[in-house]
Ligand binder design. Structure first.
Ligand code: HEM
Length: 409
């Protein structure tokens, strides 16, 4: 029988620090942790004490042991930061079975293959139009002109809202995902509640409209006509809508921006795709592995337990670093390389694993296919103009600005 160690391996790196992401310095600390301590303990941090899980096999193990490693919002939070003033966002990503199972069942059919097929056509058309209007030979911000409108526009499609309303969705999304230790002042909280109130009112009108009509297969209609989600209180309603907005927005947006960086670092990969377009779906998987737009998710131990030979105590937080598991050389040889032909790119854990695996994964893939196709059709290459500005967050791995030029080949 394996011995359980009581002496905790102390993690010498503060991998939750914004600076290692803004300065793009995360690779080395995680490589050292993978080699020396796949599971490690950080007794103090700006987010309190936490365990770090950094290898592919251990991340999967924690995800699968959801009976012990809980996602419940009232146990803490699903990210390394504690919930604001102890107030959780009671949406289904932050629930365990059976509530999670019942609510996910309502949402999942909105992402079924037949629904995706319908959405795909619109996504393709919008992407093509947007690319046709991009400036040629002139500097512009890829995040502002491409990644933001495409992902927010997709949410308008999903919620059946006019495309022009994407700016409102952006505002709400920024507020919903912007809550951090840095801005927890009274003024911020007041503004936050105001924005959320406005969003709730907007979606409540839509939900009431659907309630008064026979059920259809759109997302809001499904929610309002279902047993599991039809009678939620205001907080639960807003939390679940915010989940879809935030879950589908920053993540896909940052994968689209990462494509520019990846093709710039590995220009040969663009040529491979030009020669063989059947590699495009794999390239979409590979960019999610390579970028890992969700840096981590967190669980909380419901009871004293054991993991990788260590004792974990009830109530302790366990952080699964997807960004590290997706660079695990034991699974992905030459893991730092962006390789559109990588045979097992699909094994990435960028969408999570197990019962909470991303419900919008197919939709994200469809959007990335459309962007890659259009990048291939451009008369030249998308060339970065200086360094991008990286997001200051240990949770979402991405960019706030990326100056580029489309240069003739
Ligand atoms: C769950 C990543 C796109 C909606 C998740 C989780 C991850 C993730 C890591 C799992 C959380 C966990 O295990 O606790 C991503 C990435 C995306 C993406 C990397 C894009 C590249 C989307 C889109 C939508 C969406 C387009 C919808 C519009 C959700 C929802 C959940 C989820 C609702 C909760 C699932 C559950 O708890 O059962 N996503 N996501 N995501 N995602 Fe995504």
């Amino acid at each position: 029988m394996a011995t359980v160690l009581d002496k905790r391996p102390i993690n010498p790196f503060e991998v939750s620090a914004n600076a290692i992401y803004t300065e793009d310095q995360w690779r080395e600390p995680f490589a050292k942790l993978r080699a020396e301590m796949p599971l490690s303990w950080r007794p103090e941090s700006p987010f309190g004490a936490y365990w770090s899980v950094v290898t592919h096999d251990l991340v999967q193990e924690v995800e699968l042991r959801h009976d012990v490693f809980s996602s419940r919002w009232d146990m803490g939070n699903i990210t390394i930061a504690e919930a604001v003033n102890g107030e959780g966002f009671p949406n289904f990503i932050a629930q365990d079975p059976p509530i999670h199972t019942a609510q996910r069942k309502v949402i999942a059919p909105a992402f079924s293959p037949s629904q995706i097929l319908k959405l795909e056509k619109l996504v393709r058309e919008r992407t093509e139009k947007l690319f046709s209007e991009l400036p040629r030979g002139e500097e512009f911000d890829w995040v502002e002109r491409v990644s933001l409108p495409l992902t927010l526009g997709m949410l308008c499609i999903l919620f059946d809202m006019p495309f022009e309303e994407w700016r409102d969705i952006k505002r709400w999304s920024d507020w919903a995902s912007g809550v951090s230790e840095d801005n927890l002042n009274e003024e911020y909280r007041a503004q936050f509640l105001l924005q959320m109130g406005e969003m709730l009112a907007r979606f409540d009108r839509e939900l009431e409209d659907r309630r008064s009509k026979p059920p259809t297969d759109d997302l809001l209609s499904r929610m309002v006509h279902s047993e599991a989600m039809g009678n939620m209180d205001a907080m639960e309603r807003i939390a679940n809508i915010a989940l879809l907005i935030v879950g589908g927005n920053d993540t896909t947006r940052n994968s689209m921006s990462a494509l520019v960086e990846a093709f710039d670092k590995y220009p040969g990969e663009m040529d491979r795709l030009r020669a063989d377009a059947s590699l495009i779906p794999n390239a979409a998987q590979e960019i999610i592995r390579w970028q890992s737009p969700v840096t981590h998710m967190r669980r909380t131990a419901l009871e004293d337990t054991e993991l990788a030979g260590q004792r974990i105590a009830k109530g302790e937080k366990v952080v699964m670093w997807y960004i590290s598991a997706n660079r695990d050389e034991r699974i992905f040889p030459d893991a730092e390389r962006f390789d559109v032909g990588r045979e097992n790119a699909r094994r990435h854990v960028g969408f999570g694993h197990g019962i909470h695996r991303c419900v919008g994964a197919r939709l994200a893939e469809v959007q990335l296919h459309a962007v890659i196709e259009q990048m291939l059709k451009l008369p030249g290459r998308v060339v970065p103009q200086g360094k991008p500005t990286r997001l200051a967050s240990p949770f979402l791995h991405g960019f706030t600005a990326m100056p580029v030029k489309i240069m003739e080949a």
